[in-house]
Design a protein around this ligand. Structure first.
Ligand code: ZN
Length: 581
């Protein structure tokens, strides 16, 4: 990259960012107190994830702060306040802690390995009282008050974390909306502009196309002296009718390989701003609209994230700052559109890309789908359909736009007890779950029917969707379309002792560990007892391990362990062993 061109690009980006920033109704400095919150760790902030970056089925709602690949780093209260919530779950945020601050914000700390002494004792008491590992607790304001910098917990990798890090969030206390922590002056050194890796084009109705194709068109980019450009031969794109544009982009930080999300994305058509999104605030109520915001099929098929720079009909995200015609371009009359993307990180590093799209003449033949459809789902209305023992109910607002509905059935496979139904396909996104009711043969005895579970079958992968059996049919609530049928789960869960056996001397062992798994419907519950009294076993679903760490609930001497595990259709298994301590 030559110095001169770099400055030109920076000037464009800078003026754009300043223009957009100062045209906001309220200046962010007023809304977001600066220097109020401190770094919750003792080491400088380095990020493995940014606010708003796209994950599976959601936007990331905080910062993922690196912990030097270690666990157990002290986690400090980012400001004074009180612990208002403690959530322990084997999934999601794992061991999480929430602090309410007097200025209207709540900070959240996730994937913790453990809590600080008094808090840890409080949580364990509640877990024994409720006889549950997963608990959601709301201490009173005077129970755990904290000063800025107090150690409240230790970092870890519990819940859905793929490696050790601290998930840190700042929320608006009133709305519970997560806010971009960068707005509170968390300065992070970053001198690298986002990468624009690809551009996509979407013909949006039956009479639109791009380069003669009615399907989405994906193009790679190259970096040139004046920014990114399309790498296609000739560099010319032709479009006709209503077309949406998408972008594959990510941000990099120096010294780190991971791809973070950028802060803002702007698409202009000449002097008009078609589309401008910025990651300041999200809402948990609308976060699943991410599946309509991204090109869901590309995400599923190519594992690549293309974001739409236009809105679907059903879109309630709060990330758009300016839109013209919902970002959709109408190509007609031979006009050449001079399009330009500007993608920035929070530090103001910006990448641009210019490309022209020429309006092509209307295609000789209008696109005609050869598939026979069974109806159209109007996204604003509920949709009901019955077909050969299957009844489907898709609630209003579940899909992102009007959609042609299709389904078919195949004879029972050897493993299933009813036909395999094809309901649209797994590449079509959904915003909410829907209801799927499948009839199962009355010839089976009731005892077997109660072991039935709805399964989704994609290729060789079979996953249980659950379901409740009632008089001849089973009803489930899938969150995806695809291939569905019903199977019987007649197998008990498996309990495999990891470090315990009959009459073992456990006096030098810190914890009892067992591995639990189920072949189909999944584990519904597990409970463990020593000498008939319930004991707390933590569950790590990443390793399928349940573990009890020896504490004052077990004295020295001879003891009896009993572990009971049940799956989702009621098959249970029991493991028992005597041991000494
Ligand atoms: Zn996170």
């Amino acid at each position: 990259m030559k110095g001169g061109t770099m400055i030109t690009r920076l000037n464009y980006c800078l003026s754009l960012v300043l223009y957009l920033f100062f045209t906001l109704p309220a200046r962010s400095q007023d809304k977001y107190p600066q220097h109020y919150f401190i770094n919750p760790l003792d080491i400088p902030i380095s990020l493995a994830g940014t606010f708003g970056e796209i994950r599976s089925n959601h936007f990331h709602t905080g910062l993922d702060i690196r912990t030097d690949s270690r666990e157990g780093l002290p986690v400090h209260a980012a400001a004074a306040g009180y612990v208002c919530r403690i959530n322990v779950s084997p999934y999601g945020y794992g061991h999480a802690l929430y602090i309410r601050h007097p200025n209207g914000f709540v900070t959240v700390y996730g994937h913790l390995s453990r809590y600080y002494a008094q808090i840890a004792a409080y949580v364990k008491n509640k877990q024994y009282e409720l006889q549950k590992f997963a608990v959601d607790l709301y201490p009173k304001p005077d129970e755990f008050t904290v000063n800025k910098g107090d150690t409240v917990a230790f970092s870890g990798s519990t819940g859905g974390a793929e490696g050790p890090h601290l998930h840190f969030e700042i929320r608006d206390d009133k709305t519970e909306d997560p806010l971009n922590p960068f707005l509170f002056d968390y300065s992070v050194a970053d001198g690298i502009a986002p990468v624009i890796a690809g551009i996509s084009f979407y013909p949006l109705n039956d009479s639109s196309d791009v380069n003669g194709s009615h399907n989405p068109v994906y193009m790679k980019t190259v970096i040139k002296a004046n920014g990114y450009a399309l790498s296609c031969t000739g560099g010319e794109v032709e479009a006709c009718g209503c077309v949406g544009i998408g972008i594959r982009t990510y941000d990099l930080a120096r010294g780190a390989e991971n791809r973070n999300g950028p802060y803002s994305e702007v698409l202009t058509d000449g002097t008009d701003t078609l589309y401008y999104q910025r990651m300041d605030r999200l809402s948990f109520a609308s976060i699943r609209y991410v599946n309509g915001h991204v090109d869901y099929a590309a995400f599923k098929k190519m594992h690549e994230t293309f974001e739409h720079s236009f809105l679907q009909d059903n879109d309630k995200l709060d990330i758009y700052r300016k839109l013209t015609n919902r970002g959709i371009i109408r190509f007609s009359k031979g006009v050449v559109h001079h399009l330009k993307y500007a993608v920035s990180d929070f530090q103001g590093n910006c990448s641009t890309m210019q490309f022209d799209v020429r309006s092509a003449a209307a295609p000789a033949s209008i696109f005609h789908d050869t598939v026979k459809y069974r109806g159209t789902i109007n996204w604003k209305k509920a949709f009901d359909y019955r077909y050969r023992g299957m009844a489907i109910h898709i609630p209003a607002g579940a899909v992102f736009g009007n959609l042609r509905f299709n389904c078919s059935a195949e004879a029972d496979s050897q493993r299933t007890i009813c036909p395999v139904y094809h309901v649209l396909n797994e590449y079509i996104p959904l915003n909410t779950s829907y209801t799927l009711k499948l009839a199962i043969p009355a010839s089976l005895p009731d005892s077997l029917l109660r072991r039935a579970v709805v399964v989704q079958m994609e290729g060789s992968k079979i996953s249980a969707v659950g379901g409740v059996y009632d008089s001849g049919s089973i009803t489930a609530h899938p969150k995806t379309f695809g291939n569905f049928s019903v199977m019987l789960d007649l197998t008990r869960p498996i309990i495999k002792p990891v470090n315990i056996y009959k009459d073992k001397d456990m006096s030098r062992t810190a914890a009892i560990e067992l591995q639990i798994s189920d072949n189909l419907s999944g584990i519904a519950a597990y409970n463990a007892y020593i000498d008939g009294r319930w004991i707390l076993m933590e569950f790590n679903p990443k390793k399928d391990i349940i573990s009890y760490t020896f504490d004052n609930h077990v004295t020295s001497g001879r003891h009896h362990l009993k572990v009971v595990v049940a799956d989702n259709v009621g098959n249970t298994n029991i493991y028992e062993a005597d041991f000494t301590r």
